[in-house]
Design a protein around this ligand. Sequence first.
Ligand SMILES: CCCC(=O)OP(=O)(O)O
Length: 306
Amino acid sequence: MKMLTTFEQVVKYAESLPSVTVAVAAAADQEVLEAVLDAKKHRIADFLLFGDEEKIRSIGSEIGLDLAPGEVVHATSIAEACLLAVTAVSEKRADVLMKGMVQTADFLRAVLNKEKGLRAGKVLSHVASFEVSGFDHLIHVTDPALNVSPELKDKVQILENVIDFCHSLGLPEPKVAVLGAVEVVNPSMQPTLDAAALSQMNRRGQIKGAIVDGPFALDNAVSVESAEHKGIHSPVAGKADVLLVPDIEAGNILYKSMVYFAKAKIGALVLGAKAPIVLTSRADSAEAKLYSIAMAVLQADHFKKR
Ligand SMILES: CCCC(=O)OP(=O)(O)O
């Protein structure tokens, strides 16, 4: 498989794969339903939409989305919509779960439900992939949404999740930059100590399938000029495919800076679950949700081949 470097390529590749069924939790939202319409046009997915049926059908008819009787399942609350969508995936009536117009914490409560949930015994983590003008490859940020303040052992699993995800995008050995505020190990800054440990674990073969190095500050992770200027020599310096952020605050602010300042294209998933999960911000565009669905199609195919 050729390495995919733009979302156009991701969508095109998804078109060549078997289509999936996506269960959308709390689907009564214009951007969500526009993404549903676009994904259907690209023939990459079919849908089961959970939520306020009258509202879903009303928005659907406004945007020209024809919905068959069985495609919408009424739920009397957001919590019920989330649990019904998660159940559809755990019972294999759907292949992919998608967050609609619901707060991340409420959505995750259903994902983590003891009976019906989608945990696979691993740490769940979030990845947001960005296509940024001026960069010749996608940049994957993890974890901007789920793990609040991960410890070293959690970061190992977050790395394993994102490395496997990069492999699903045709990137056999992603370059991972472990970020901090500075590019030197400082005993009073825990993210720099974690970065040093993760780099060494990679060198010793404890973390495989990627080149991991750090700490890096953001500038020398993504700019060769900055790395050269600061005299940092590493195969990852300035060329990172993956940015492992220290915590959710740094990650979420970076995510939203990419969207609102850099006008980057974005797709986002939860990794480490039994099935691919689309998790974008409620405020993200229909385009971002479409790109996320396309990445989930690739993940579903990758799961089958593992
Ligand atoms: C990064 C996606 C998680 C997030 O911030 O979602 P909301 O904007 O919907 O809270």
